[in-house]
Design a protein around this ligand. Structure first.
Ligand code: HEM
Ligand SMILES: *[C@@H]1O[C@H](CO)[C@@H](O)[C@H](O)[C@H]1NC(C)=O
Ligand SMILES: *[C@@H]1O[C@H](CO)[C@@H](O)[C@H](O)[C@H]1NC(C)=O
Ligand SMILES: *[C@H]1O[C@@H](CO)[C@H](O)[C@@H](O)[C@@H]1NC(C)=O
Length: 326
């Protein structure tokens, strides 16, 4: 009697949990490696940490790399493949960094549990660990992704561009099952890291045929940007995307947008566009609006992004080396 009551309670719960998992992750689940490679997540975490300690720039690098992976062919490590016309060689790849961290984690995982842990999962876990190392709040990363066998530079047009209109940006996120709140939240990843001047310098001196400087730039901030980004050099100097807080994972990115201190045109548009501004204001904690906790929402939207187009079960493969298809 007792056991059948227990079963009656547990079985619907399990079914619900499974259905929730499927809905969230098309087959990924928390702790996928718990019996096949129990130390997998710890190995990734300690590897990211040791690289971060010698070069903190790997944190923004890994977060951005995971985003680029997920938006092209799904989160399947296609961004890691070396070769003549792979994703890595396409324009938007510019200055992706942290490949050596993934390769290092993979080497250690192959030694501990050969042929078990996918590169796509390593990258998803490493992006989470990078956020935590810079002061963000952790979340559970469902695992069980498998690695893709296709990587084409020509597919990277699905990535949003910094001059895209907000409508196009929203379309590109919607095509991955991500709504407007997810967009505002995930672009908040720009709370860490830097941009090369070449991606926003036109906003300073050469905005359009009638206006020299983008009027949405704060008038005290403009001369700072102009001096950090001379109009005539090669544009490779780098500027923090979250002014004054580029190493800390926090909500100040949104406060900066409210003050006209966005760096990329696409970032500043989150404030000037009427459909995205309310989310920015809620992250800023403006009185009278239902507040949103950036750190909590970021983890939720990352779980959604990390499940875009994942290959699970018998699809794809488990790569032996992350930079090459088996
Ligand atoms: C509309 C969408 C987005 C656009 C147009 C965009 C564009 C860019 C550009 C142009 C850079 C500078 C690259 C460089 O100079 O190396 C950058 C950096 C970065 N992006 Fe985005 N991005 C977008 C969304 C995202 C999302 C969703 C994430 C993560 C969840 C993200 C994470 C990052 C990070 C962490 C950096 C700093 C990289 C570093 O310091 O190495 N971005 N982004
Ligand atoms: C990124 O793409 C550019 C061409 O747009 C290429 O010159 C560069 O080598 C690529 N970066 C990597 C890491 O492959
Ligand atoms: C240039 O930008 C300004 C400010 O956003 C805008 O008002 C103006 O219409 C733009 N001009 C052209 C020719 O696109
Ligand atoms: C904004 O942050 C301050 C404080 O860290 C720096 O001194 C400025 O140089 C910076 N401005 C820009 C444009 O990055």
């Amino acid at each position: 009697m007792k056991s059948s009551i227990t079963k009656m309670c547990i079985i619907p719960f399990l079914l619900l949990a499974m259905a929730t998992n499927l809905a969230l992750g098309q087959g990924t689940r928390a702790g996928f490696y718990s019996s096949t490679c129990a130390r997998a997540e710890l190995i990734v975490q300690s590897t990211v940490k040791s690289h971060f300690q010698s070069d903190s720039k790997v944190a923004p690098g890994l977060l951005r790399m995971h985003f680029h992976d997920c938006f092209v062919q799904g989160c399947d490590a296609s961004v890691l493949i070396d070769g003549a016309s792979t994703e890595k060689t396409a324009g938007p790849n510019l200055s992706l960094r942290g490949f050596e961290v993934i390769d290092d984690a993979k080497r250690q995982l192959e030694a501990a549990c050969p042929g078990v842990v996918s590169c796509a999962d390593i990258l998803a876990l490493a992006a989470r660990d990078a956020v935590v190392l810079t002061g963000g709040v952790t979340w559970v990363v469902p695992t069980g992704r498998r690695d893709g066998r296709v990587s084409l530079a020509s597919d990277t047009s699905s990535l949003p561009g910094f001059t895209d209109s907000m409508d196009i940006q929203k379309q590109k996120f919607a095509a991955k099952g991500l709504n407007t709140q997810d967009l505002v939240t995930l672009v908040g990843g720009h709370t860490i890291g830097t941009s090369a001047c070449q991606f926003f310098r036109y906003r300073l001196n050469n905005f359009n045929s009638t206006t020299a400087a983008d009027p949405s730039i704060n008038s005290a901030f403009l001369p700072q940007l102009q001096s950090l980004c001379p109009a005539t050099d090669d544009g490779t100097k780098r500027v923090g995307l979250d002014n004054g807080s580029e190493n800390k994972f926090d909500a100040s990115f949104y406060t900066n947008l409210g003050n006209g201190r966005g760096i990329l045109e696409s970032d500043q548009k989150l404030w000037t566009d009427a459909s995205t501004k309310p989310f920015v204001q809620r992250f800023m904690g403006i009185r009278g609006l239902a507040g949103l906790s950036f750190n909590i929402e970021f983890g939720k939207s990352m779980v959604k992004m990390s499940n875009v187009g994942v290959k699970t079960g018998t699809n794809g493969e488990i790569r032996k080396v992350c930079s090459a298809i088996n």
